[in-house]
Design a protein around this ligand. Structure first.
Ligand code: PRP
Length: 214
């Protein structure tokens, strides 16, 4: 019998990875090695089931999957839209729910109403540009940041930000508010296009079993 190939999963580090493993465990996909929170290891194997898992920065997950370094990925829809990669988006996992929003000081609300030229800071320049250019028809200057985006309007780097809002506490604790909602988001499972053909049965079986649990 030919040796079974490993099925490799790329997971976005942090909250999504924990929730993903909880869901996967409910259908018998598990990796005891990953439970050690103190470990700095990046790749984990379940030899018995021929499964491999690695943890990557969320925005890097689509690249790993598109290029076939991982067969399956789990990542926020925000990242998928921003990265715009060639992948199969197979499942809404219905967790990691949040909303992409334009946020800022309440007094900045009027800047969004008269097509004024404004500066927008975001970890999501593609999403921000698309929203302002194609939905609002407002000319903006986008500043790409890599985190703690809420700082930008506070220190005067931008007029508003485009960012994900989950509980709203980061905004509240920094005196900011949601000014406009762009779209709801959740965690998604994605599959490499070649893997979908070569490991079709195995991957479809996982998708079907996950659907029953969601
Ligand atoms: C995300 C996001 C907001 C915050 C929203 O940042 O960019 O800052 O979470 O969550 P909340 O509505 O529950 O407060 P993240 O924690 O990923 O850190 P980062 O700013 O360093 O990217």
């Amino acid at each position: 019998m030919s040796e079974e190939k490993y099925l490799t999963f790329a997971l976005g580090k942090g909250r999504l990875a924990d929730k993903t493993m909880e869901l996967f465990e409910s259908i018998g996909i598990f990796c005891p090695e990953m439970k050690d929170k103190k470990s700095r290891k990046l790749i984990f194997t379940n030899e018995e089931k021929k499964l491999r898992f690695f943890l990557a920065k969320g925005p890097d997950v689509p690249a790993y999957v598109e290029n076939g370094a991982a067969d399956i990925g789990v990542v926020g829809e925000d990242t998928l839209i921003e990265e715009d990669r060639n992948l199969y988006k197979v499942l809404d996992l219905e967790f990691g729910k949040c909303t992409m929003c334009v946020c800022g000081f309440e007094k900045s609300r009027e800047l969004l109403q008269h097509h004024e030229f404004i500066r927008v800071a975001s970890k999501y320049p593609r999403i921000a540009r698309d929203y302002f250019e194609n939905v609002k028809h407002q000319t903006v200057d986008i500043v790409k940041l890599n985190g703690s985006v809420e700082l930008a309007p506070i220190v005067g780097l931008s007029d508003v930000i485009v960012d994900i809002v989950e509980t709203g506490s980061t905004l509240r604790e920094n005196g900011l508010t949601v000014l406009e909602e762009i779209r709801p988001l959740s965690a998604r499972m994605v599959v490499n296009q070649v893997s979908m053909q070569l490991q079709n049965e195995r991957i479809l079986d996982i998708i079907e079993r996950l659907k029953e649990k969601i």
